[in-house]
Design a protein around this ligand. Structure first.
Ligand code: GRF
Length: 215
């Protein structure tokens, strides 16, 4: 069976995208990168993709004007590059429900909190303010409601005394880089699915991709 083709959506730095690209270099990886698409032409991640020899698509959400126009352009680019799955990696635009429906069960995101806590932005600041003692990241299917799709796997880190948003983000990020390629690989292998709004798993390894980071 061929590798599943993945389109990655980014808006900025692209470190999660780079972790997905790196994992795809392994012979055993079940996916390959079809393209990287950014809604910001100046996204650092686009250069990383280009350097890696991956099709990099720069769209400008400001020039496109509406959410519908951006989503249509993204959808066209995904089809042009024959993407079968979509991985959002620091993609910072809210998508239309029409676009989301087209990729139902085939589009995932990584979010820097233990969902359903701290949906939206500034998650590390809000976790610290709330006084939680553990924090982390979640990989989930994308559904119409922001950051509320079925959770596939989570990575947990401790919150330490003296943490600020930067130190906490720096503790979560390596866990993101570990968990996201593993989930995408299992999705590409057909071991993770979406049924009635819940993630379903074909085996315990696919169900057990969550990580409790030590330290
Ligand atoms: C990551 O923390 C990701 O979880 C969130 O935005 C950040 C993007 O970082 N959605 P990068 O662009 O992947 O480096």
């Amino acid at each position: 069976m061929g590798r599943k083709r993945v389109g990655i959506l980014i808006s900025g730095r692209g470190s999660n995208m780079a972790s997905l690209v790196d994992a795809a270099k392994q012979e055993t990886c079940a996916y390959e990168i079809a393209c990287v698409i950014s809604n910001r032409p100046d996204a650092q991640g686009l250069q990383i993709a280009e350097t890696a020899g991956i099709a990099a698509v720069a769209l400008d959400h400001k020039a496109l004007g509406t959410r519908e126009a951006l989503d249509a352009a993204i959808h066209d680019a995904l089809l042009a590059h024959e993407a079968e799955l979509v991985a959002c990696a620091g993609f910072m635009r809210i998508m239309t429900s029409d676009f989301i429906a087209k990729w139902d069960g085939r589009m995932i995101n990584i979010h820097p909190s233990l969902l359903p806590l701290f949906k939206g932005v500034n998650t590390h600041e809000r976790a610290l303010r709330a006084g939680v003692r553990v924090h982390g990241c979640s990989v989930h299917f994308i559904s119409a409601e922001l950051d509320a799709g079925a959770i596939i796997a989570q990575g947990v880190v401790k919150v330490m005394p003296g943490d600020d948003a930067d130190t906490l983000a720096a503790r979560v990020l390596p866990v993101e880089h570990r968990i996201y390629p593993a989930v995408l690989n299992a999705l590409a292998e057909g071991r993770i699915g979406l049924e009635n709004g819940r993630a379903v798993f074909s085996d315990n390894d696919a169900a057990g991709l969550s990580v409790l980071a030590s330290g």
